[in-house]
Design a protein around this ligand. Structure first.
Ligand code: OSB
Ligand code: MG
Length: 368
């Protein structure tokens, strides 16, 4: 495929809320944005690494290093036929999935734009809009949480996910369930528990949750299978699933009945699609997770979630929840819990360069 240069930007966008999880807090979304420039057209990819290695071992600094020193040079070494060939090209470089996914995303977007095609059509998507829910961070009080849940239920979101941590779990869920007996409700522990906490997790069985997301450590696949034997609530894995091979093992040993797919966590769109397929084969429904993305990453998530086994509501809620101003047009806004697939080619949205410049704090350029 045609490629002239790769531009790597560091971008900072203030968040409209403080997002607290069991592992940390975010108030400003800091991320790397990859532009694959073919001269007349550009493709865009957002890197979902964070500043600190708390959700994943990658960071903005590590991703920037790996992109600059290894991934972009790999592109230069051999002409690339298309984005499908990218995973094999970078396979010798271990791990660093978020860095790979960002560059791969820019190549997918560019390749689709060159053909004037939507990304969802190139990957086999079957939906014109995708069902979405919201992920609500830990709040200063139960009252504040109830207000937030009420607001998002009223907006029509299809599922409410509550962040929990040891000591702040059943009490939160009980309060929300009492006020909203019939909503589709889930919790996400972000790996904060161990098997020794099984009694606290079993206490959640009383509340009819659709699933508990990533209760145990990211490397504790076997422990999740053990936990599943004593829980009625299905387990959904996020951090533990980094590849289609992980998904196959999780299915085989009974560690997950639901899987959260994130393009960045698994190393790119190709691998995300493979996970979708492995799960479909195993009868495991999937949904598309989020990492507080700008419109670039958010649009790619919507494209992915058009695949048929994305049957549960994802985390790709309206961009206006997160940012006063996004860097893309048209705005990615859900209505009544449905996010329409944006109509343009590639990821479906265009980057508004004037806005992007305002949020860009550093820029590097490489010839490809
Ligand atoms: O565990 O799904 C997660 C955000 C950052 C890191 C991990 C997670 C999340 C979210 C937010 O839950 C989802 C979103 O609204 O983008
Ligand atoms: Mg999660």
């Amino acid at each position: 495929m045609r490629l002239r240069r790769v531009i790597l930007r560091r971008v900072e966008m203030p968040l409209r809320f403080r997002f607290r999880t069991s592992f940390g807090e975010t108030t400003v979304k800091r991320f790397l944005l990859v532009e694959a420039d073919a001269g007349d057209l550009s493709g865009w990819g957002e890197c979902v690494a964070e500043d600190a290695p708390l959700y994943s071992e990658e960071t903005n600094a590590s991703a920037s290093h790996v992109l600059r020193e290894f991934l972009v040079p790999a592109l230069r070494a051999r002409p690339l036929e298309g984005p499908e060939a990218f995973p094999a090209l970078v396979a010798p470089i271990r791990g660093n999935r978020m860095a790979k996914a960002a560059l791969e995303a820019a190549l997918w977007d560019l390749a689709a734009r060159e053909k004037g095609a939507r990304l969802c059509d190139r990957i086999g998507g079957t939906r014109g809009s995708v069902p979405v829910g919201v992920s609500l961070g830990l709040q200063p009080s139960v009252g504040a949480l109830l207000d937030l849940v009420a607001k998002h239920v009223a907006l029509g979101y299809r599922r409410i996910k509550l962040k929990i941590e040891p000591g702040r779990d059943a009490d939160l869920v009980a309060a929300v369930r009492e006020r909203f007996p019939a909503i589709d409700l889930t919790v996400d522990a972000n790996a904060a528990y161990t098997l020794a906490d099984a009694p606290a997790l079993r206490a959640l069985d009383a509340f009819g949750l659709d699933y508990i997301e990533q209760p145990l450590g990211h490397e504790d696949l076997w422990d999740h299978a053990e936990l599943a034997r004593v829980l009625a609530t299905p387990i959904c894995l996020d951090e533990s699933i980094r590849s289609a091979a992980d998904a196959a093992v999780a299915a085989r040993i009974g560690a997950a009945r639901v899987v959260n797919v994130k393009i960045g966590r698994v190393g790119g769109l190709s691998e995300a699609r493979r996970i979708h397929d492995v799960c479909a084969e195993a009868g495991i429904p999937v949904w598309c997770g989020g990492m507080l993305e700008s419109g670039v990453g958010r649009a790619a998530n919507v494209q992915l979630a058009t695949l048929p086994n994305f049957t549960k509501p994802g985390d790709t809620s309206s961009a206006s929840r997160y940012f006063d101003e996004d860097i893309v047009e048209p705005p990615l806004e859900s209505e009544n819990g449905e996010m329409p697939v944006p109509p343009g080619s590639g990821i479906g949205v265009s980057v508004v360069r004037e806005r992007l410049e305002r949020y860009t704090v550093a820029r590097e350029e490489f010839s490809a």
